[in-house]
Ligand binder design. Structure first.
Ligand code: DGL
Length: 262
């Protein structure tokens, strides 16, 4: 048994979609979440810079006593998780676009992946696509500008709807029957996506799979927390706290959101 917190980081509020799944799956765990909004979007940065930012976030979470780190960001996972796993002695759970389940379920043989440039250009994304989706056609689309709108609290705005349309309409016209959300910010757009996508196009987001994998690793390594009173969830952002706070209305336990320079 281990009551130390789970660390989670993202380039901003995207990882909250993963944090929610973790909280549901692992209700006894304390968490510390870093929203590196000051440096968002990661998706437009070089692989080297993404690795450096991931190191900075990891070291802060280690200083704060985390027992495991969830890299709640596809861009950081696909560019930096190998480095993190070889340089730090704790388990890391990552997230990458769920093209394997989409390929297995597709009947049209064409799936869309909406992700950041950093993810779509990464070696890990290419090897996953080659190994698990070589029998289907993948339509890749960079979601340029979407992260900025979500970080500004405009996930349900008319500008987000217009931008999404320009990204999904060509994919729909190409015959996709699955749309893989390859960025943890994009689940915040699901209400809009459901309105904009034809009913036969299934949205694939793997937040739940990340929570399941986290549980498996905690169990396997004897790191699960036991009953220890009210759970504690600390959120640190290096930008304005107000947008982050709006995503936490259903959070249970003792929750704090603070500004921190990191
Ligand atoms: N939420 C992130 C991801 O899953 C990063 C988005 C960004 O900062 O570009 O890719």
């Amino acid at each position: 048994m281990n009551n130390k917190p789970i660390g989670i980081f993202d380039s901003g509020v995207g990882g909250i979609s993963i944090w929610k799944e973790l909280q549901q799956r692992l209700p006894l765990e304390d968490t510390i979440f870093l929203a590196d909004s000051k440096n968002a979007p990661y998706g437009e940065k070089s692989a080297e810079t993404i690795v450096q930012l991931s190191i900075k976030n990891t070291e802060l979470l280690l200083d704060l006593g985390c027992k495991l780190i969830v890299v709640a960001c596809n861009t950081a996972t696909t560019n930096a998780i190998d480095y993190l796993r070889t340089h730090y002695p704790i388990p890391f759970i990552g997230i990458e676009p769920a093209i394997k389940p989409a390929a297995l379920q597709s009947t049209s043989g064409t799936v869309g992946v909406l992700a950041t440039r950093g993810t779509l250009s990464s070696a890990l994304f290419h090897s996953t696509a080659k190994n698990h989706a070589s029998n289907i056609k993948i339509i890749e689309q960079e979601g340029t500008g979407l992260v900025e709108l979500i970080e500004a609290g405009k996930a349900s705005s008319e500008s987000a709807r217009q931008l999404l349309r320009t990204y999904i309409q060509p994919m729909v016209a190409s015959g996709i029957d699955h749309l893989v959300l390859g960025c943890t910010h994009y689940p915040h757009l699901i209400p809009l996506l459901k309105e904009e996508l034809p009913a036969h196009v299934k949205i694939i987001d793997c937040g739940e799979a990340v929570a399941n994998q986290t549980q498996r690793i905690l169990e396997k390594q004897g790191l699960l927390a036991g009953e220890h009173g009210l759970t504690n969830h600390r959120f640190y952002t290096n930008a304005d706290t107000s947008v982050l706070t709006t995503f936490l209305n259903e959070a249970k336990g003792e929750v704090s959101v603070s500004y921190r320079d990191f």
